[in-house]
Design a protein around this ligand. Structure first.
Ligand code: ADP
Ligand code: GLC
Length: 476
């Protein structure tokens, strides 16, 4: 089964968020389930630098075939005028989306279709699996190619990683897309008088998936549907949620080279050494009576950082500490920096992106907070579980599917793995915070919950099996 994954970022070469982690881990996991997977990416500089054995396809100088660090074959679109820009794949140094994003990502969708039509004589995709709006036009081009050839070129799957980003452009871009004119309609890629790449993916793909079962339900409702809930309801029979996994090669406390002390569930003393090292690194008081809370996140409205800021007096009054790594909205960055300046022994903030520090925080913290307003899947809470760092999350999206609250009955039943609150409100968040402090004082129970968290299996195997089954059903 020949599958082409189409995406705009991939770990370890270029990453702005969880999408890259997924794109990086999925090919190997799918290989193990009998899929012949290749990956299509724009030749962004960081990707170009990290791909080995590059060869231009004969007769197609703009297409490079090469090898990703894990050995997976990839295709790169060599269009320097569109992609040769350092840094973030979507926006410039001023944080503003590139003016020509419609062109940059239409090309990604077009080339995906070409690779299904046989541009590489040695390999053609039977399944084109695109991720997020960046690849949203791929299913539309495949539908158009079907019309041209009078037969289906390849089946398509579109995965939503975050419905809040939709790739919506003015009507004026339509002429450049070279799609049949009748595709611009309500049952097509038209969205309130504009062109929506996400909607194109949702409408034209044979199957639509998202990254957790709960988010798959939530986005069919108005509250989380970002205006596309109607389209998603129309596709309900073809929509499913497949929970992301954790790449064990990258996140495993037993052999993580990026943390100061490696540990397993039977050796939590070494985890405590990771905490001490983290406190020392940030000049925090070397205390152990109250939990150290960690955050590794984009600092945006989505991630609920405002709840954490507003709840900081509660956290501090109980003797807790907070370490934050993240970047994003200036107001949130500023608020956190200010808190760190006022409470240097209890609060530490590193604004920026730092893969290594992310590992040290996930290992060194007692609790990892992901109090999101919405969360399609969320990966950091999965990493935290694996590292015995109890997640404190809101019951939403993938967070609801992966963390069980330490309520009395769950502790008694032996199912608790973290702290979960319901409403996106200060009182609910602070109540969860208090549960974390209370459990922390009961050392034995805390350890039990840690060990249960570490025993959860959120590997890629289950997800890969589900994708492989989905693909198989799409083949004639
Ligand atoms: P999202 O994709 O919405 O940002 P996820 O939880 O799915 O959220 O994935 C976020 C990924 O990005 C994780 O691998 C996390 O460790 C990483 N990450 C987020 N912020 C930072 C940062 N400032 N430095 C390093 N890694 C980060
Ligand atoms: C998105 C979502 C996040 C998810 C990630 C990978 O960035 O915000 O919840 O884990 O994609 O699927």
């Amino acid at each position: 089964m020949r599958v082409l994954q189409v995406c705009s970022e991939i770990y370890p070469l270029l990453k702005t968020g969880g999408l890259a982690d997924v794109a990086g881990a999925l090919p190997q996991a799918l290989h193990r389930h009998g899929c012949d997977v290749r990956v299509l990416l724009p030749a962004f500089p960081a990707i170009r630098r990290g791909v080995a054995a590059q060869q231009h396809l004969a007769g197609h100088p703009a297409l490079i075939r090469g090898q990703l660090p894990d050995g997976t074959t990839c295709y790169l679109i060599d269009a320097p005028e569109l992609y040769e820009r350092e840094g973030n794949p979507y926006s410039g140094p001023d944080g503003r989306a590139y003016e020509d994003n419609h062109r940059r990502f239409a090309l990604l969708g077009r080339v995906a279709c070409l690779l299904a039509e046989g541009r590489d004589p040695d390999w053609s995709a039977q399944i084109v699996h695109g991720h997020d709006w960046h690849a949203g036009l791929a299913p539309a081009y495949l539908k158009a190619a079907w019309r041209t050839h009078g037969r289906r070129v390849a089946a398509s799957v579109h995965t939503v990683h975050n419905l809040a980003f939709q790739g919506t452009f003015g009507l004026n871009v339509l002429g450049e897309l070279q799609l049949p004119a009748d595709f611009y309609q309500q049952h097509g890629l038209e969205f309130h008088g504009q062109v929506s790449y996400m909607k194109a993916g949702l409408h034209y793909a044979d199957r639509v998936t998202t990254v957790s079962p709960t988010y798959a339900r939530e986005i069919q409702g108005e509250e989380q549907g970002c205006g596309l809930d109607g389209v998603l309801r129309a596709r309900a029979a073809d929509l499913s949620g497949i929970l992301n996994g954790v790449d064990d090669q990258v996140w495993n406390p037993l052999r993580d080279p990026l943390i100061p002390h490696r540990y397993g569930a039977g050796d939590l003393a070494s985890k405590r050494l990771c905490r001490s090292a983290l406190q020392q690194e940030f000049g925090l008081a070397p205390q152990a009576q109250a939990p150290l809370f960690g955050i590794v996140s984009r600092l945006t409205e989505q991630k609920g950082v405002n709840l954490v800021l507003a709840g900081l007096p509660d956290l501090l009054a109980r003797g807790g500490q907070l370490v934050v790594l993240g970047s994003g909205e200036p107001a949130l960055e500023g608020g956190l920096r200010e808190a760190a300046a006022v409470h240097p022994r209890s609060v530490a903030v590193r604004v920026g992106y730092d893969e290594n520090l992310a590992h040290r925080i996930v290992a060194g913290a007692d609790v990892l907070m992901v109090p999101s307003r919405f969360e399609p899947c969320g990966l950091t809470q999965l990493y935290a579980l694996k590292y015995g760092t109890l997640p404190l999350v809101r019951r939403v999206g993938g967070l609801a599917d992966t963390v069980v609250d330490s309520a009395l009955e769950n502790l008694a039943e032996g199912s608790a793995t973290g702290f979960v609150f319901e409403r996106f409100e200060q009182t609910d968040y602070v109540a969860a915070l208090r549960r974390a402090f209370a459990l922390y004082r009961r050392e034995g129970e805390w350890r039990e919950v840690q060990q249960r968290a570490m025993a959860q299996d959120f590997g890629w195997n289950a997800a890969a099996a589900q994708y492989a089954t989905l693909y198989r059903r799409l083949l004639p």
